[in-house]
Design a protein around this ligand. Structure first.
Ligand code: FPP
Length: 245
């Protein structure tokens, strides 16, 4: 089944099975309180916990969150290292509870340049949550939509050069199978916190027909009630996928 067909089925039920989130506004939330940015990210993790806990009860089966972008390396080294430490802390402290709640962790993005400690914590967390069947939580780490598309294009060129794929066999479905998200349907709904109305290099290919929902709420203040509002708005959208009916 291709992404559009899967999306249409989800739309038919008015239910968003796959929700993507840009967790923006941690820094501004902290600044408003005169706190360091790291405290904003810490509060952002609390918000993520709330949403992960509440999502399955609202019919969400897959949650994909933008935790660290390919552009985030440009932040001050101290903030980058705080984010990496928070990631390890989150994985170590949350994995048992995530596993108990039926959450399976996955990642997208190029993990090879993350600090060793982060890579190891991720490997452990992925193994320890492998049996989860209630919610698939995908962390986008060192992820950028453009970088992902370039990686897929390089794989394709190698396949073609090796004679394993003919040019005639290349279509959208085949190309999508080379993306980091090959095991995921396209997101039905993309939520962005903190009011900015852009994709910021998140799931560029996959969001072709995704419904967008933006809230002014900073991510650390985001709660299950906001997710509920977004899902309600989604249920009333008319998804036409380029057709007129
Ligand atoms: C944007 O806020 C958020 C991020 C750069 C990363 C999101 C990270 C978290 C929610 C915490 C880390 C998550 C895990 C799983 C470790 P911003 O700093 O851009 O906020 P601003 O736009 O107000 O400055």
């Amino acid at each position: 089944m291709d992404g559009v067909t899967q999306g249409k089925e989800a739309a038919g039920s008015g239910r968003a099975r796959h929700v993507a989130i840009i967790m923006d506004g941690n820094g501004r939330w902290a600044a408003q309180r005169g706190l360091p940015r790291e405290d904003g990210h810490r509060a952002g993790i609390e918000a993520l916990r709330r949403v992960v806990r509440g999502a399955p009860n609202l019919g969400v089966e897959m949650l994909t969150v933008y935790a660290f972008s390919t552009e985030n390396w440009r932040r001050p080294a101290s903030e980058v290292s705080a984010l990496m430490s928070l990631l390890v802390e989150f994985l170590e402290s949350e994995t048992p509870e995530l596993a108990a709640e039926g959450v399976r962790l996955a990642t997208i993005g190029d993990l090879s340049v993350l600090p060793q400690a982060s890579q190891e914590a991720l490997r452990r967390a992925l193994t320890n949550t492998a049996g989860g069947e209630r919610l698939l939580l995908t962390l986008a780490l060192n992820y950028g939509g453009r970088a992902e598309i370039v990686r897929a294009a390089k794989k394709l060129v190698r396949f073609v050069q090796a004679g394993r794929v003919s040019l005639g066999a290349v279509d959208e479905q085949m190309f999508a199978s080379l993306l980091d998200t090959h095991a995921l349907p396209d997101p039905d709904l993309l939520i962005r916190a903190s009011g900015e109305e852009r994709l910021s290099n998140f799931l560029l290919w996959q969001s072709a027909y995704t419904e967008l929902w933006v809230t002014d709420t900073f991510w650390p203040d985001f709660g299950v009630e906001h997710l509920q509002q977004a899902l309600l708005a989604f249920a009333s959208r008319d998804r036409r996928y380029g057709s007129h009916s």
